[in-house]
Design a protein around this ligand. Structure first.
Ligand code: 1BN
Ligand code: ZN
Length: 337
């Protein structure tokens, strides 16, 4: 890996000062995340296909979040989780902002926070990668939310570390600005997803983010939204989500196939309402990478006391991290067309 010399450092600093997601746009430069080469197609050369994404580091974040305790929106625990996330992102040298908002919920007004880390690119047009970091509230049992939402939050933090390091080393030259967004308030306060507020007791963070993009006139500059949710199950099985934009699904599933992960990314499909929906409704291409097949023959672990760390594997987190990082050049190519 090339070392950072002084000139590079000055260049990186000045670029990061000049460009924000709403800022100026510049023209073409190459992208250098190692994409699967012809030799690696079909998994023949797995070594060359791998990224620096470390499944154990991602898993350590999941453990830290679970140790904080259940993290429902508005709780002291989600505030601790937000502090943990911000501290990590800043330690990777990323410009990190907290967007506080106060939506009406069945519990009255609840303070929520979206967290956004930015990786400046050649263009100020933006690709967002997101995860919710709140966990569903249950009075009757301790809900760890190890998979829902610990797994995707931990993976997104590890993606942030790898992307920041690869930009600093010159291995990754992003053509687009990346925003890594940690969304609050995905879960419903009422027991059922659509039980309250005419079906709007959910997706508070993503709806707020899209409203803000609209106010800031940045909808057209947001070129793709990639959502991670429940990606840590030992038995990783991410079906295609049918509302998702087909070109994003194809970019990701073809990369997974090239890496030999077709069992983890099967061609079967399902419909899931999740944080990608407000983006799609605003006309922003979006995809939901969610493994909703979480459990064994006897029991479904989703939204139960069984959603615990022992059900997860760092290998699953790495598979998703690798597939996503290696899909980015393809996704950037598709946007450029
Ligand atoms: C995902 C994780 N979701 C909630 N926690 C979204 C969802 C809502 C999935 C309803 C299935 C049904
Ligand atoms: Zn959930």
């Amino acid at each position: 890996m090339p070392s950072l010399n002084h000139t590079t450092l000055i260049l990186l600093v000045s670029v990061s000062l000049m460009i924000s997601c709403a800022g100026v746009s510049k023209t073409s430069q190459s992208l250098a995340v190692e994409s699967p080469t012809p030799e690696s197609v079909g998994g023949l050369d797995k070594q060359r296909s791998k990224t620096d994404f470390d499944g154990d580091r991602a898993m350590a974040h999941v453990r830290a979040l679970v140790e904080i305790g259940p993290r429902p929106s508005g709780s002291a625990e989600i505030e601790k989780a937000s502090q943990y996330i911000v501290r990590e992102l800043k330690s990777y040298g990323l410009k990190t902002t907290i967007d506080e908002f106060l939506p009406n919920t069945p519990k009255g007004k609840v303070k929520m926070r979206n967290i956004i880390a930015e990786i400046p690119g050649e263009s100020s047009d933006c690709i967002m990668i997101g995860s919710h970091y709140d966990s569903k509230f249950y009075r009757e049992f301790r809900f760890d939310g190890a998979n829902d939402s610990g797994s995707s939050t931990g993976a997104l933090l590890e993606l942030a570390r790898v992307m920041a390091a690869d930009v600093a080393s010159g291995k990754f030259k992003p053509r687009f600005t990346y925003q890594l967004v940690f969304l609050d308030g995905e879960e419903a306060f009422c027991r059922e997803w659509s039980e309250c507020l005419n079906g709007n007791d959910n997706l508070y963070g993503s709806r707020h983010m899209v409203e803000k993009l609209r106010k800031d006139k940045r909808i057209d500059k947001t070129r793709a939204f990639i959502l991670l949710d429940m990606i840590g199950d030992k038995n990783l099985n991410i079906q295609k989500e049918e509302s998702s934009s087909s070109w994003l699904v194809e970019a990701i599933w073809s990369t997974a196939r090239q890496l030999g992960y077709e069992k983890n990314f099967p061609n079967s499909s399902h419909f899931i309402t999740d944080d990608h929906i407000p983006f799609l409704q605003a006309g922003i291409p979006a995809v939901d990478l969610i493994d909703f097949d979480y459990g064994d023959d006897e029991k479904d672990y989703w939204h139960t006391a069984e959603d615990t760390l022992d059900k997860l594997s760092p290998k699953s987190l790495k598979i998703v991290g690798d597939v996503l990082l290696l899909s980015l050049p393809l996704i950037e190519d598709q946007i450029r067309r």
